[in-house]
Design a protein around this ligand. Structure first.
Ligand SMILES: [Zn+2]
Length: 318
């Protein structure tokens, strides 16, 4: 049974595979607590729970919260949200960086200034087997990232630790990838070389691309692909995002795609008003309200929608 913030559940149901509850900047909040985006756990938890309840009313049962270290993960706050909503929240571990590591990791480990053992994999495994911090919440998925600079030395170190933790625990892997640079392919190459079954890997943000040949290559290599940034129109507009999902369904790949928005219930790194203005559809209800109806219009069947929202997430966590 998949682990969630409230413990194991029998069935995740309709699942958005890439979202975030909170994105926090602890060092900013420690030092400038009076910023307008300021943090009050109970207030923000209630706001987040209301947003998740609204998604539940639109048919969403589960979100996978891919906030890991590097994005401001704070699981005690997510735990409070989970108490206030019926939506299941799956927690993640891993590290989000395009190159630089937090100095805690960057200054230790093989080949670093001070040497010693690499603690990344040890911490990831602990999050999965014992729980995150002192919350007892177990992570159920591993996350790693590369972006425009590609597989840098430090990204490779994170990928190696993620692969090691995956092989030890069996939880699936998901990535942040740079689709414009066809970055999912080098992620697959490294993970496969490290002994990871690519059928346990989701190449995230693949839906930023409209290059069907690239997406089919990712799928042919055995991975799931994340069509997971619906609402971020500045990277790829609504029209293109739905067209590529419909095309991939038509070509027989509904069994390999998962959906999401990459949204945040609260993120101190964005000015919420500006984001609403620039990305009016960047919220947890966009898939249910706009994307699915448009996919149906384009010939995507209920069965294919069920595959992307329910069956594929179940297989990934199975
Ligand atoms: Zn994300």
């Amino acid at each position: 049974m998949p682990e969630t913030v409230r413990g194991p559940v029998a069935d995740l149901g309709a699942t958005l595979m890439h979202e975030h509850v909170f994105g926090l900047s602890p060092e900013i909040l420690w030092n400038w607590p009076d910023i307008p985006e300021g943090w009050d756990l109970e207030t923000r938890a209630r706001e987040a729970a209301a947003k998740l309840d609204a998604a539940k009313a639109e048919g969403i049962d589960t979100i996978v919260d891919l906030t890991v270290v590097g994005l401001g993960r704070h699981v005690p706050a997510v735990q409070r949200v989970a108490e206030l909503t019926d939506v299941h929240i799956v927690a993640a571990t891993g590290l989000y960086t395009y190159d630089a590591l937090p100095p805690y990791f960057g200054n230790r480990g093989p080949g670093t200034l001070f040497g010693g053992p690499d603690r990344l994999a040890e911490f990831f495994v602990r999050d999965i087997t014992e729980g995150i911090g002192r919350t007892g919440v177990r992570a159920a998925i591993l996350k790693c990232a590369t972006d425009r600079p590609g597989m840098t030395k430090n990204c490779e170190r994170v990928f190696r630790a993620v692969a090691e933790a995956h092989l030890e625990t069996g939880v699936p892997i998901t990535t942040h990838s740079h689709s414009a640079g066809r970055g999912g392919l080098e992620q697959q190459r490294l993970l496969a070389a490290l002994g990871v079954d690519l059928g346990r890997v989701v190449i995230g943000h693949a839906g930023d691309s409209t290059d069907v040949a690239y997406l089919e290559e990712l799928v042919a290599n055995g991975s799931f692909i994340g069509m997971d940034r619906f609402g971020i129109g500045t990277i790829s507009p609504f029209e293109d995002r739905v067209a590529v999902v419909a095309a991939m369904c038509e070509r027989g790949h509904a069994g390999r795609m998962v959906l999401g928005h990459d949204s945040y219930c609260f993120n101190d790194r964005f000015d919420a008003d500006v984001v609403r203005e620039r990305h009016p559809d960047y919220h947890l209800l966009h898939v249910s309200r706009d994307v699915l109806p448009e996919l149906r219009k384009r010939g995507v069947t209920e069965e294919q929608i069920h595959q992307m929202l329910v069956d594929n997430p179940r297989r990934i966590f199975g």
